[in-house]
Design a protein around this ligand. Sequence first.
Ligand SMILES: *[C@@H]1O[C@H](CO)[C@@H](O)[C@H](O)[C@H]1NC(C)=O
Ligand SMILES: *[C@@H]1O[C@H](CO)[C@@H](O)[C@H](O)[C@H]1NC(C)=O
Ligand SMILES: *[C@@H]1O[C@H](CO)[C@@H](O)[C@H](O)[C@H]1NC(C)=O
Ligand SMILES: *[C@@H]1O[C@H](CO)[C@@H](O)[C@H](O)[C@H]1NC(C)=O
Ligand SMILES: *[C@@H]1O[C@H](CO)[C@@H](O)[C@H](O)[C@H]1NC(C)=O
Ligand SMILES: *[C@@H]1O[C@H](CO)[C@@H](O)[C@H](O)[C@H]1NC(C)=O
Ligand SMILES: *[C@@H]1O[C@H](CO)[C@@H](O)[C@H](O)[C@H]1NC(C)=O
Ligand SMILES: *[C@@H]1O[C@H](CO)[C@@H](O)[C@H](O)[C@H]1NC(C)=O
Length: 435
Amino acid sequence: MTPFTMSRPMPPPPLRRRSTSFLFLSALILSLFASQIPNVAAAEIDIDTGDIERAASNLTFENPNLRQAYIALQSWKQAIFSDPFNFTSNWTGPNVCSYGGVFCAPSATNSSFRVVAGIDLNHADIAGYLPEELGLLTDLALFHINSNRFCGVIPNSFRKLKLLFELDLSNNRFVGGFPNVVLKLPALKFLDLRFNEFEGGVPSQVFDKDLDAIFLNDNRFQFGIPENLGNSPVSVMVLANNNLGGCIPASIGKMGKTLNELILLNDNLTGCLPPQIGMLKELTVFDVSFNNLQGPLPAEISRMRSLEQLVVAHNRLTGEVPASVCQLPRLQNFTYSYNYFTREAPQCSRFGGGTVLDGRENCIANKSNQRSAKECSSDAAKPFDCSKSKCFAPAAISTSTVTAGWVSHPTAFAAATNSQNLSSDSPSSASASGD
Ligand SMILES: *[C@@H]1O[C@H](CO)[C@@H](O)[C@H](O)[C@H]1NC(C)=O
Ligand SMILES: *[C@@H]1O[C@H](CO)[C@@H](O)[C@H](O)[C@H]1NC(C)=O
Ligand SMILES: *[C@@H]1O[C@H](CO)[C@@H](O)[C@H](O)[C@H]1NC(C)=O
Ligand SMILES: *[C@@H]1O[C@H](CO)[C@@H](O)[C@H](O)[C@H]1NC(C)=O
Ligand SMILES: *[C@@H]1O[C@H](CO)[C@@H](O)[C@H](O)[C@H]1NC(C)=O
Ligand SMILES: *[C@@H]1O[C@H](CO)[C@@H](O)[C@H](O)[C@H]1NC(C)=O
Ligand SMILES: *[C@@H]1O[C@H](CO)[C@@H](O)[C@H](O)[C@H]1NC(C)=O
Ligand SMILES: *[C@@H]1O[C@H](CO)[C@@H](O)[C@H](O)[C@H]1NC(C)=O
C-alpha cells in the first residue's frame, strides 16, 4: 500500500475516526466541549452586516444561534463569485439547516435547540473568499472546504470558533503566512492546509498544539522544521513538497508513542537522518525521499518495528544498507534508490517474501542497475561525517512570520542528540519488550 496522503484531489485523511459518521461526530464534539460554548448574546462581532441584518429582521429563526448563522452564511454567499455545481443556490430563507453543505446538530449547552455544527463544501469548485462574518458560526465543529477555489487569507474572526475540531482548507488558493489564527482554536484536532500557497515559516506553536493530524504539504513553507517538532502528539504529519530546508530535528524521537505516518518528501532537507528516528516504534510510513540528506542509514532504523513503507530514495546517503533494515518485520516497501550506498546485506537483494526492495542507482558492487563508476567516484558519493553535521543557517530570516523556532547554531544537532538517552532504548531491550 502506498501512502495516500499526498495526492490531489483530496482523499479522506487517513484517520480511523474519519469513518465515524458526520453527525455523530458533531454531536460527540459538541458534548465534549459543552463547557466551552460561548455566550452568543455576548459575542461582539464588529462587522457591517447591512442588508443581511435587515433581511434577517424580517425572518423568524428557531433560535438566536441560527439567526447568527444566517448572517454568516448570507455574507459568505456574497463572497462567492462562482458556484458551478450550485452548492449554495438554495442558501435562502431562515432555515439554514437545510442549506446545501450546512449541517445542524443539537447544541451542547441545550440539546433542545439546533445549531450549525458543520460545513462541508468539499469538491464544490467554488470561487470566492472567506468573510470575517464566518466568525459568527461559533457552534461550528467541522469546517471542510477542500477542493474549491477560495482565495485570500483566513479571517481573524476564526478565533471565535472555539469548538472547531476539524479544519480542512486543503486544495484551495489561500495565500500569505501560516494562518496563525488556527493556533488559537482550543478544540482543534485536525489541521489540513495542504495544496495552498501559504508561505514563510511554520510557527513552532503548531507542534505544541494537541492535534491528531497536521497536513501542510504542497505549500511554499520555508525556514526549516521548528526544533520542537517532537512535541507534537499527532499520528499523521505531512510536510512534503515545501522548501523547508534545514535538518530533521532530533526531537523527532519524542513522538515514539504517537506518530504513525511522517512524510517529509521533497522538502530540501539537509544533514543526516537523526538516530532518534529509531524511537519511532509506531511509525508505519516514513518518507524522506527527494531531499539532500547525507550520511548513513542509522542502525537505529532497525528498531522501527512497525515500519511498512520506508522511502529514502533520491538523497545522498552512503555506507551500508544493513540486513536489520531489510528484514524489518512489517516492511512492505523499502525504496532506497538514487543514493550512494556502497554495500548492502545479502538479505536486501533477495526477492520474494512480499517486500518490495528498490535499491537501483546506488554504488553497490555486484548489483544491477547501479550508478556509473564516474558518479560513484564523484564528490556526492563521498561518505559524510554526521558528527560534523550542522544545519545551515538560512541566509534571510527577515520576515516577521518567521517564528519557526529555527535553531541555526552549529551545535543544535549535537545538543538535541545528547538530550535523549538512546542507550536506554537499545535494540535488545526493544526486542525483549516484544514489540
Ligand atoms: C420586510 O418586510 C416588509 C413587509 O413585508 C417589507 O416591506 C420590507 O421590504 C422587508 N424588508 C426587507 C429588508 O426585506
Ligand atoms: C446551476 O444552476 C443554473 C441556473 O439555475 C443552471 O443553469 C445550471 O445548469 C446548474 N448547474 C448544475 C451543475 O446543476
Ligand atoms: C439544498 O441542497 C442540498 C444539497 O443539494 C439538499 O440536501 C437540501 O435539501 C436543499 N435544501 C432545500 C431547502 O432545497
Ligand atoms: C433550552 O432551550 C429551550 C428552547 O429554546 C428553552 O425553552 C429552555 O429554557 C432552554 N433550557 C435551558 C436550560 O436553557
Ligand atoms: C534548498 O535550500 C538551499 C539553501 O537554503 C537553497 O540555496 C536552494 O535554493 C534550495 N533549493 C531549492 C530547490 O529551492
Ligand atoms: C514503493 O514506494 C515507492 C515510494 O513511495 C513508490 O514509488 C513505489 O510505487 C512503491 N512500490 C510498490 C510496489 O508499491
Ligand atoms: C562480485 O564481483 C566481483 C568482481 O566482479 C567478483 O569477483 C565477486 O565474486 C562477486 N561477489 C559476489 C558475492 O557475487
Ligand atoms: C542511559 O541509559 C543507560 C541504560 O539505562 C544508563 O546506564 C545510563 O546511565 C544512562 N545515561 C544517562 C546519561 O542518563
